[in-house]
Design a protein around this ligand. Structure first.
Ligand code: ASP
Length: 445
């Protein structure tokens, strides 16, 4: 059995967290490949190392000295090293990084150093090997990772059955330069590694005991999900649940490797297991009807009415082309007779909403066009909703009972999720009423 384990920044925020990580890793010999983020915040007064590194890069680009910022990072890593008596000459590493302190510093190189230093420290602390992500996570020019090439390189680098620590968040471009992923990208590195080594499980250790049914900032003490499908997770994380990076699902899904979200501060908790297919386990232990209630605020709906357009072939494609020309991604397109609504993120159209409207008027001469702003979308996700009559009915009547006006409704034929648009001001109320009715009431039966 092979386990890839990834620890996020909060799991490596100080020497106490390093000790917890050591206990977790040493508890099982199967926890062989360890991927790390940069150190996170140990308390509210601190800053994440990656944030500080981005600031250092910005200072350098503007010709301002980043010394005081960078020494915060040096102090943090030195403190961990000294508290744990780790035999590592960090001073040499810092000097090498400082050599790059020029106006044209490579930002990706600089910000990747948070993960690099953290992995070096942890490898020494665990008496494990260190393998640099720049030596095997290979990007191609379009920004995707070449998994085959990365696999071949990685397999040629592992020496024995010693544990290996790898910095997350970055890889190498074909020209040898370092490239970082999007924020939170160490989750993706862990998933890529799980794919490469054909792991039996990808454990993602963080500071919560799994994926919550609803955002705990809105629902205090929200219950968590013990089991999810990749598709449910994708639906939830796309719509705001952000325990795991969105793109971390694809490399493991391809090989059907389960993801287990675990809590470094409560290692006995089982966390959430994410699988391609939960059918077998569901038979023995049926899940809740609704797995997750997520959502986001800040959407705009552009609605166009034009008589007879529903029967005009290519009309929708021509409309969509306008959004494509403006490089605007569309969240959803609810359609009724001769009426087309386009739901987009408000920030995506903040600079050119009226230009787009004019363009639509010019090209299509609509009978009516309207804009609804300050919209929130709620995604109610659940694999058990499939073929279960009455769920959408009771969901919608719950909105009615609580005097929440529904602007749009969208459900695809796989019945995995129902997306409902409401006014931003009703967003939290809507989450509360669905949670109380479908999660709490079910839990109390
Ligand atoms: N350190 C990076 C960030 O803060 C990547 C990660 O933690 O996954 O976004």
């Amino acid at each position: 059995m092979i386990k890839v384990v990834k620890f996020g920044g909060s799991s490596l925020a100080d020497e106490k967290q390093f000790k917890k990580v050591k206990d977790i890793v040493n508890e099982e010999k199967e926890r062989k490949f360890i991927v790390v983020s940069a150190c996170g915040k140990a308390n509210e007064d601190e800053h994440k190392v990656t944030d500080l590194l981005y600031l250092c890069a910005a200072h350098l680009h503007y010709g301002v000295s980043p010394d005081s910022l960078f020494s915060l990072i040096e102090d943090k890593y030195l403190k961990i090293r000294d508290a744990l008596n780790i035999d590592l000459e960090l001073e040499k590493e810092f000097a090498e990084i400082r050599r790059h302190f020029t106006k044209d510093v490579d930002t990706d190189y600089l910000v990747s150093r948070g993960e690099y230093l953290c992995a070096k420290l942890l490898a020494r602390y665990l008496n494990a090997d260190f393998i640099d992500a720049k030596d095997f996570i290979c990007f191609i020019h379009n920004g995707e990772v070449d998994i085959e090439l990365s696999k071949n390189k990685f397999l040629s680098l592992i020496r024995s059955d010693r544990k290996v620590v790898i910095p997350g968040f970055y890889g190498v471009m074909p020209n040898g330069s370092i490239k970082v992923m999007s924020r939170g990208g160490s989750d993706i590195s862990g998933a890529i590694l799980a794919n490469i080594v054909d792991a039996d499980i990808y454990e993602n250790w963080t500071d919560v005991s799994g994926i919550y049914v609803a955002d705990p900032r809105i629902i205090k003490n929200s219950l968590s999900c013990s089991r999810l499908t990749y598709r449910e997770l994708r639906g939830m994380s796309y719509m705001g649940a952000n325990v795991l990076h969105d793109d971390a699902i694809f490399p493991v899904k391809e090989k059907n490797i389960p993801i287990n979200i675990r809590n470094t501060n409560r290692p006995a908790d089982k966390g959430t297991i994410i699988l391609n297919n939960c059918d077998e386990l569901d038979k023995k232990d049926p899940p809740r009807i609704i797995t997750g209630i997520t959502g986001k605020q800040g959407y705009t709906i552009i609605t166009l009415v034009k008589n007879h357009s529903s029967t005009s072939i290519g009309f929708l494609r021509d409309l969509l082309a306008i959004f494509e020309e403006y490089r605007i991604s569309i969240e959803s397109v609810p359609i009724t007779v001769d009426t087309f609504s386009f739901i987009v993120q408000s920030k995506a159209v903040s600079n050119n909403l009226y230009e787009i409207i004019n363009e639509i008027r010019k090209r299509f001469q609509p009978d009516d066009i309207r804009i609804d702003e300050d919209i929130a979308l709620l995604a109610i996700v659940g694999r058990r909703m499939q073929a279960l009559p009455g769920i959408s009915g009771s969901l919608l009547s719950e909105f009615g009972r609580n005097a929440i006006n529904i602007k749009v409704i969208n459900q695809s034929a796989d019945e995995l999720s129902i997306v409902v648009g409401v006014a931003n001001k009703d967003f939290e109320k809507a989450i509360h009423c669905i949670y109380d009715r479908f999660i709490l009431e079910e839990a109390s039966v």
